[in-house]
Ligand binder design. Structure first.
Ligand SMILES: NC(=O)c1ccc[n+]([C@@H]2O[C@H](COP(=O)([O-])OP(=O)(O)OC[C@H]3O[C@@H](n4cnc5c(N)ncnc54)[C@H](O)[C@@H]3O)[C@@H](O)[C@H]2O)c1
Length: 265
């Protein structure tokens, strides 16, 4: 139980990676502020219990959780999200900036300005806002007994490290998240605030349901991944909980790949 007495916000918590991360942190004792645009899980998700909202599932399993609606691309929403965490649970120890979007595959020739704006607003500005308001709160609250002030994990992608075919805006948005992560780690190391990112490879969530339902594309994604399966949300949740825990106290500014060796090739 690595998160007893700690409070965590997880954005994009209704589905996929965010849901698994929220459940994993709660299972280790954290009080969770679940946050999403919509409280219901995306129906294209792979979980068997999609009819139960993440916050309700945490409470059913004996944990503490509330839901706060927020669009991560809106400053007022993210500022209010952090405020609500403090009002409900007294402080903020862990911020997981996970909410993200990925539009359908197309090259920059077909991609529209609206596609670019949506992707950058959610994936990049959303993480920037999450870090901004979380760090502001972490600086103002008393540190924990070991002097640390808080941990931030940004859910990025292998698309932030290498070019993925037909995902121009997505790759640009995640590349920006990766270097923002390193920049913030430098500015706030002295305050003992860790800022790390994980870069998952291809994994089964609602985001890639369309591709995984197409046997040809599924076979391509599998063949591109050296490990003999694509990833799942537990692979992501376990890596995120490690980076958010005391076990990672001296790890900051890292981009941890969770990709079955995709980027090792
Ligand atoms: N699935 C993959 O293969 C994969 C690979 C690498 C990285 N990722 C990243 O993992 C993160 C989570 O994606 P997922 O695969 O779980 O997808 P998902 O679509 O299952 O879940 C994303 C969640 O984010 C929420 N969301 C979308 N826009 C939002 C906004 N503006 N404000 C608040 N919430 C919003 C959605 O409602 C949804 O619940 C994303 O950042 C994604 O880029 C996914």
């Amino acid at each position: 139980m690595r998160f007893i007495d700690q409070v965590a916000i997880v954005t994009g918590s209704s589905s996929g990676n965010g849901r698994a991360i929220a459940l994993a942190l709660a299972a280790e004792g954290a009080r969770i502020v679940c946050s999403d645009l919509v409280q219901k899980a995306r129906p294209e998700g792979f979980e068997a219990d999609l009819d139960i909202d993440t916050d309700a599932l945490i409470r059913k399993q004996g944990g503490q959780a509330v839901y706060v609606k927020a669009d991560v691309s809106k400053a007022a929403d993210v500022e209010n999200l952090v405020k609500q965490a403090v009002e409900h649970f007294g402080r903020l120890d862990v911020m997981i900036n996970n909410a993200g979007v990925c539009i359908e595959l197309k090259t920059i020739v077909e991609e529209t300005e609206a596609d670019y704006d949506l992707t950058m607003n959610v994936n990049t500005k959303g993480v920037w806002l999450g870090c901004k308001f979380a760090i502001t709160q972490m600086l103002k609250q008393p540190p924990r007994a070991d002097g640390t002030r808080g941990r931030i994990v940004n859910v990025s992608s292998i698309g932030g490290l290498v070019g993925l075919a037909q995902e121009p805006s997505y790759c640009a948005s995640k590349g920006a998240v990766n270097n923002l992560t390193r920049q913030l780690a430098v500015d706030f190391a002295a305050e003992k605030i860790n800022v790390n990112a994980i870069c998952p490879g291809f994994l089964a969530t609602a985001m890639v349901r369309q591709e995984l339902d197409d046997p040809k594309i599924k076979a391509i994604l599998e063949s591109l991944t050296p490990w003999p399966r694509i990833g799942n949300v537990q692979d992501v949740a376990k890596a995120v909980t490690f980076l958010a825990s005391d076990d990672a106290q001296w790890i900051t500014g890292s981009l941890l790949t969770v990709d079955g060796a995709y980027t090792a090739q």
